[in-house]
Structures are given as structure tokens and as C-alpha cells.
Design a protein around this ligand. Structure first.
Ligand SMILES: Cc1cc2nc3c(=O)[nH]c(=O)nc-3n(C[C@H](O)[C@H](O)[C@H](O)COP(=O)(O)OP(=O)(O)OC[C@H]3O[C@@H](n4cnc5c(N)ncnc54)[C@H](O)[C@@H]3O)c2cc1C
Length: 378
């Protein structure tokens, strides 16, 4: 079959590769001048540092099949995400762990003592937390909430934590040991030559053609037997029912010599610091050495038409609009909506790859008979 894949990010590349290996003819287009979508990495012209152009990307998974898959196309080197935060004039370790608690409160508590201490701080008058703020106060009490959650959340989401649902903070966000590895997953690492090199290897197949700087046009679908769409779901329908809400990010680049901040990611929890974090990219490749260094200050705001959509908002209003777009999608034969934008969900890279592999496998097994969604967006 002739397959058109819109988007050369992980979704388009992984589905395209699987279908190409099954003998289908895959045309992959992307509006951007590069492959790899939001995982795109490139060397900085001034310093030679490998940049995570759309924000920091750390690969982590418990899915052995996905880990084997990415290692087929790239050499992964060990990398663990250890984040710090500057709040109220001091630097602390994240996620909140025993070191954070002991340094923040000036204590020397052991795990059980710290658990009891944090429980004593929790606001037990809140019996049925409805908002993010109530949930955080119920879990950790006012001091940790103010320092680590309130200002950061206001900046990240552009609204008060009293307007966000409690479900955003599902579990107690505190560790009662000194483990500061951000992720729990068994497999964690960074592709030695960056994500774009990995995606280039996935796309390197005789049945795949890639066209960059190429915006989708409806007549392209007429030339294909099936379309996989990894662009925005509402974008496919020209936003005719309105726009699904996203947060976008602005990155302010600056360069320096040597080591600017001593770690890859430094969060800023205080409300009066306008950015949410600073990323220093050379720390993502600790096996390389560069004289210069490049950092991004990261600012979050509501996405406007023309902005890069980053985080789907998915509150009550957006979910109602999403339902309407899902109905439109079901009434559109020959198109399957995939990936983070096509299904309007935040997806980590490993989940994106797993879903792409499963979608392509089902497509091949069903001889191309596939509905609008292989994975439900709700
Ligand atoms: C700030 C940030 C940090 C992240 N960090 C991590 C992390 O540390 N670890 C992790 O596992 N995951 C992380 N992720 C998630 C990761 O970015 C996604 O899993 C991944 O990008 C999803 O790939 P995709 O192919 O579905 O979407 P995308 O990468 O967005 O690719 C979609 C592509 O479609 C193209 N496109 C859209 N519309 C059109 C059109 N009309 N015509 C032609 N082309 C079009 C776009 O240009 C884009 O290249 C992060 C995400 C964000 C936002």
C-alpha cells in the first residue's frame, strides 16, 4: 500500500519503519526543516554542544521491547536525571527526598522519623481534597508546598493551583530516602549521538521517503491508501470547532565558558523569577568535553496560533472540545490519528514508541483496515 505519514517525529518514524519492513511504500512529510519532531537534537554552531532544541529529553522505560528497539538504532550511554531547584534563596535536591527535607528544615531525620514529621505538617483538616493546592497541603503541609509547588505550578500552568484539579498530584510526592534519581525505570540513558541521529537510522529504509519543509495538503491524502496523522488533532480539521488548549515554551538561549550551573536542569520555584528552569545542555552528554556551554532559560505560557504546542491542558473545557474532535475523526475514513498531538495527550518517548509499534503491528495484521484511533485519546 501507499502510506502517507504526517510528521517525522518518533510516531511517524517508528510506524513508517514497521510498515516499510512489511513492504509498504511510506512517504513521510514534516512541516519543519528537520526530522525527530520535539526530540530533535543538533550541535550548537558556536560551542559544539549537543542541544535538546525543544527542551530536555531523557530516555527512561520499563518496557524491554522498547529499550531493545531504540538500542537497535542508537548507542545509548548511561544517564540518570538528577534535578535541583532554587527556591527561597537556597538550592535543594528534587524530587523532594530525605536530603531535601533535612536541609530545608535543618533536621537530621531518619526515614521513619521524616515520614512522621511530614505527616505532622500535613493539613489533616482537608478530608476530601478537590484542588491541586488542597492535595499538596494535605500531603506535605504549607512550607514544602510554598517552596516547591506553588510558584512553580503557577508559572508552568499560568493559573493558581486552586484552579487545578487534585488529580494532578496523584501520590505523595516525597521520598523518605536519599534517592534523587528522577525516574524509577529500569532502563535509562541518552543516545550518544543525539535523538535526531537515532531517528535518522529508523528512517533509513529503501521503502521510506522523507520530505521536510512540507506542510500537509489534503490532495496528498488522495494519493495514499492510508494516512497516519501525528500532527495536532484539531489541526487536521483546520480548527473548525476551536482550538484545543496547549501550553507552549519559550527558550532564551545564552552561552558562557566552562560550567554555568553544575547540573543539567535547575528549577526555579519562586514566583518572582519569571522562568521555570534553566537547562545546561552539555550535562546531557557527560562523555563529551567542550570549552563553551549553552543554556536555555525556559518560560511557559498559553499557546497562541502559530506557537509550538507542548503540553496539552486537558481540563474540563478542553476535554469537551476533544470529544467533538474525536467524533469528527471517527467520521473520517482512511486516517489514523497517532502520537502526542494526534491524540492530545502528554506521552513520554517510550510510550510513544510502544504505541507506534503496536499501531503498526495491528495495521499490518488487519491488512490496512484501521479506525481513527489505535489508542483512545480519552
Ligand atoms: C518540554 C518537553 C520535554 C520532554 N521531555 C521528555 C523526556 O525527558 N523523556 C521522554 O520520554 N519524553 C519527553 N517528552 C515527550 C516527547 O517529546 C514525545 O514523546 C515525542 O516528541 C512524541 O513524538 P510524536 O512523534 O508523537 O510528536 P512530535 O515529536 O511532536 O512530532 C510530530 C511532528 O509532526 C509535524 N507536523 C505537525 N503538523 C504537521 C502538518 N500539518 N504537516 C506536516 N508536518 C506536521 C511536526 O512538525 C512534528 O515534527 C517531552 C516533551 C516535552 C514537550
Amino acid at each position: 500500500m501507499k502510506i502517507l505519514l504526517v510528521g517525522a517525529g518518533l510516531s511517524g518514524a517508528v510506524i513508517g519503519r514497521h510498515l516499510a519492513e512489511a513492504g509498504h511504500d511510506c512517504r513521510i512529510i514534516d512541516a519543519r526543516p528537520h526530522i525527530a519532531g520535539n526530540c530533535h537534537t543538533e550541535r550548537d554552531a558556536e560551542t559544539g554542544v549537543m542541544l535538546h532544541v525543544y527542551g530536555p529529553h531523557i530516555f527512561h522505560t520499563d518496557d524491554e521491547g522498547v529499550w531493545d528497539y531504540v538500542n537497535r538504532f542508537a548507542r545509548f550511554l548511561p544517564y540518570q536525571n538528577r534535578v535541583k531547584t532554587t527556591a527561597q534563596g537556597r538550592v535543594h535536591s528534587l524530587p523532594i527526598n530525605l536530603l531535601t527535607i533535612n536541609q530545608f528544615f535543618g533536621t537530621t531525620l531518619r526515614p521513619d522519623e521524616a515520614r512522621a514529621f511530614i505527616e505532622s505538617k500535613a493539613d489533616t483538616s482537608i478530608t476530601d481534597p478537590q484542588t491541586f493546592e488542597e492535595q499538596a497541603l494535605r500531603f506535605v503541609g504549607p512550607e514544602l508546598y510554598e517552596a516547591f509547588f506553588k510558584g512553580y505550578t503557577e508559572k508552568q500552568w499560568g493559573c493558581s493551583p486552586t484552579e487545578l484539579p487534585a488529580s494532578i498530584l496523584k501520590r505523595l510526592p516525597v521520598r523518605f530516602n536519599y534517592d534523587d534519581n528522577y525516574f524509577f525505570h529500569r532502563f535509562q540513558g541518552m543516545p550518544q549521538d543525539g535523538y535526531s541521529a537515532m531517528v535518522a537510522a529508523i528512517l533509513d529504509h529503501s521503502c521510506i521517503t522523507v520530505e521536510l519543509n512540507t506542510e500537509y495538503r489534503p490532495e496528498m491524502a488522495a494519493e495514499a491508501d492510508h494516512v497516519f496523522w501525528s500532527g495536532p488533532l484539531d489541526g487536521y480539521f483546520d480548527y473548525r470547532l476551536g482550538r484545543l488548549g496547549y501550553r507552549t515554551l519559550d527558550f532564551e538561549r545564552f552561552s558562557d565558558k566552562g560550567d554555568y550551573q553544575g547540573c543539567a536542569v535547575m528549577n526555579y520555584g519562586d514566583r518572582d523569577v519569571p522562568y521555570t528552569r534553566i537547562t545546561e545542555h552539555k550535562h546531557f552528554s557527560p562523555w563529551e568535553s567542550h570549552e563553551g556551554t549553552v543554556c536555555y532559560r525556559e518560560y511557559s505560557r498559553a499557546a497562541e496560533p502559530g506557537d509550538t504546542p507542548y503540553y496539552p491542558i486537558r481540563l474540563v473545557e478542553e476535554k469537551a472540545l476533544l470529544e467533538q474532535y474525536i467524533d469528527l475523526a471517527h467520521a473520517t475514513p482512511g486516517v489514523t490519528f497517532v502520537g502526542r498531538l494526534g491524540t492530545y495527550r502528554y506521552l513520554d518517548m517510550d510510550v510513544t514508541i510502544r504505541e507506534a509499534l503496536d499501531t503498526a503491528t495491528r495495521f499490518v495484521a488487519a491488512d490496512g483496515d484501521m479506525s481513527a484511533f489505535a489508542v483512545s485519546p480519552v
